[in-house]
Design a binder for this molecule. Sequence first.
Ligand code: ZN
Length: 321
Amino acid sequence: MSESELTVEKIREDHINHRLGPYIGWNKVNRAQVWQWCAAMGDTNPLYLENDEVIAPPTMLQMWTMRDVRGNFPEGTVDKNVYEIMDKFGQIGYSATVATNYDQTYHSYLKEGDQVYSYHTIVDVTDKKSTGLGEGYFVTEHAQYYRSNDEIKDELFGEARISYFKYMPPEQTPGASSSGGGIKKIERIRPVENHDSKHFWQGLREGKLLIQQCSNCQVTRHPPQPMCEQCQSIEWNTIESKCEGTIYSYTVMHYPEIPPFDYPNAIVLVDLDEGVRIASQLTGTKPDDIVIGSRVKAKLVEVQDEMTLPVFEVIETEASS
Ligand code: ZN
């Protein structure tokens, strides 16, 4: 069948109520992965790791049957791409995806040594819907998670209903100038300006980077908060930053490319000389050349109408060792 014959009706026919599986987990439930999850999530529930028998947090449900980094499942897994329906929607122009709902149901706890495998069924594809993102189709998948061990065979221990919206993006290429008018330019999300944070955004519009300072103990703080962490005073004033500091850490965003940002997008945490840490963008330095400890200075740039942000540039690179 040629791609031009692919229709939503055909996609429905090929996928709805076609149960795919099993998708087998690479590793049996084990202490190392449970520990990593709990450490990453900050979950200190003693049930999981403080008894002889390791119990997995139920929210790890989906993790046990994930593909490896090359996209492969272990032997015994069905040779069917569970995401084929996504690709098909992409072929007929609905290439963008946003997850809209994810409900999990747990029937029993997973224990160390359990082998997990899952089955997946597309249960619904709606009629075409118009949303703020564009036109598209809501797709709902029902996933069933099973476990087996020395005593138990094929026990359904958890389920998930996952809905996502497959839609036609207004512009295929982020930042492309081929819009031809009519399509509203995608802007940065505007910050919430409230009683505690308005001074910061208003200050930037007036060309000043203002840092909150406790009127009682003079300790500076950022981001803005109603109360001083040191002395609990709610009295505060602001000081104007000289916009200079040191790179504490950074990350470089490569993918996904979300408009209206330019990529690669270097995000830095800067320790300002006034004693607070601020997150912002770094420009003028290639990602590979960014060095922690470098001195930076912010320019206040009006990135879009009524929105000014401090954007950092390196003024002195830390000698890398
Ligand atoms: Zn204070």
